[in-house]
Design a protein around this ligand. Structure first.
Ligand SMILES: Cc1cc2nc3c(=O)[nH]c(=O)nc-3n(C[C@H](O)[C@H](O)[C@H](O)COP(=O)(O)O)c2cc1C
Length: 409
């Protein structure tokens, strides 16, 4: 299955007239990320759902991410009175109304024709930012032109530094200011569900898997009609080698070295973020080569299985980065309270991946917006229940019983 490199708009007007109200109604029914996941499962073929939902090997790390947040114990403070929590912050100098960014994700156009432009618009509508993946399925120029909102760009370069330089130049020309270099993909993780579904890597329909996938697609006619109308092809061959967004999953292994990151730092005029950091040592390496921020990430448990939960290593990375780089974290964040916990351990902001992908699959751009609304509302309520007025006041004392008096201000 291959998104075309010349991704179009959200489809013909007549189809949009039918689907927009449907999406709005579907979005209104989402009251949690879990709801969005359930709705996504009903809306897209199982093979597509599994591509989003799955992790590597036995999915141990993916489960660890979630379990670490589920284990958090807050110690609320009573008698604070009414609280109207302050959630705004800056990330690399950009003001965001909400410390939740949308992580770079591949093949998002397979989920809904609103695709990466819809994701970017939803993030902007909520006062935050999205990160466009190199393999999102649409060229950076098209997405920026269609979305007309600021976004960041995430870099893979299977073809080495020459390809990386070319992609950077195009991103700069498209008006991107922040580059995210993903360093945890020296090889592609073993996505067991995709292998079992016969689509990894590369994602494709062939004689061996066409029949079962064909049945799945027939069971999701609206998804299939939207996909067909917006120019994504179900291909019987692997993706071609040329062009941005092509090469797809079999070719996204992107073995950047620290020297490569230093080279990119020298070329990229704006802030540079290194994504995929899991130790204090690597956080220091990133700082040494000039990163302005790092993302503590294990790719949502889709790369090395058996690695740590991101929440567990966050303090080590925050400590190592010190004042030299901002620290973001992703992996397993499904509730607003998880965002609060990550901020209390020193993250500047978080990224979410699957939560917004579920929203997109369930209800397009409206679904992404709804997932952000839900997470914001949950965050706000958690802060009120904690008795915490601002995310600037969050620190580890909110996990201890004697935290009273530690707050700044
Ligand atoms: C379907 C899917 C595709 C992804 N594609 C990319 C990608 O192209 N580049 C990248 O740096 N990370 C990619 N990631 C990882 C996300 O950026 C992010 O690290 C991860 O989803 C966070 O975990 P969460 O899904 O539990 O929120 C992908 C994740 C998913 C679920």
């Amino acid at each position: 299955m291959t998104p075309s490199d010349t991704a179009g708009t959200a489809g013909p007007a007549f189809l949009q007239r039918v689907t927009r109200p449907m999406d709005a109604r579907a979005a209104a029914r989402l009251h949690s990320v879990r709801d969005a996941r359930r709705a996504a499962r009903r809306r897209v073929p199982a093979v597509v759902f599994d591509y989003v939902d799955g992790g590597a090997d036995d999915e141990v790390t993916m489960r660890r991410n979630a379990a670490a947040f589920a284990d958090v114990t807050f110690r609320p403070r009573m008698g604070i009175g009414p609280v109207d929590p302050h959630l705004a912050t800056t990330v690399l100098g950009t003001r965001v109304a909400l410390p939740i960014l949308l992580a770079p994700c591949g093949l998002v156009r397979l989920l809904h024709p609103d695709g990466p432009a819809g994701v970017a618009r939803a993030a902007a509508a909520r006062g935050t930012l999205s990160v466009l993946s190199t393999v999102a399925g649409s060229p950076v120029e098209e997405v920026t032109a269609a979305a007309r909102v600021p976004m960041w760009f995430q870099l893979y370069a299977a073809g080495g530094l020459a390809e990386a330089d070319g992609l950077c130049d195009r991103a700069i020309d498209a008006g991107i200011e922040v580059l995210v270099v993903t360093v945890d993909t020296p090889a592609l993780g073993n996505r067991t569900r995709d292998v079992r579904n016969g689509v990894a890597p590369p994602l494709r329909l062939d004689a061996r898997n066409a029949a079962p996938l064909g049945m799945q697609v027939l069971q999701r006619p609206l998804w299939a009609a939207q996909l067909a109308a917006t120019g994504i092809r179900l291909s019987t061959r692997g993706a071609g080698p040329a062009g941005h967004g092509s090469g797809m999953l079999q070719a996204v292994a992107s073995p950047f070295t620290w020297d490569d990151v230093a080279h990119l730092r020298g070329r990229w005029p704006g802030p540079l973020v290194v994504k995929g950091i899991l130790s204090g040592r690597d956080a220091r390496r990133a700082v040494e080569v000039g990163a302005d921020a790092v993302v503590v990430s294990n790719h949502g448990g889709r790369q090395l299985d058996g690695g740590p939960a991101t929440f567990a290593v966050l303090p080590e990375v925050v400590d190592a980065a010190g004042r030299d780089a901002e620290v973001l974290v992703d992996g397993g964040i499904r509730r607003g309270s998880h965002v609060v916990a990550a901020l209390a351990l020193g993250a500047r902001a978080v990224m979410v991946g699957r939560p917004y992908l579920y929203g997109l699959a369930a209800a397009g751009e409206a679904g992404v917006l709804r997932v952000l609304e839900v997470l914001e509302t949950e965050m706000r309520r958690t802060m009120m229940l904690l008795g915490c007025r601002s995310i600037d006041h969050l620190d580890p004392s909110w996990f201890t019983s004697d935290g009273e008096g530690v707050l700044p201000g």
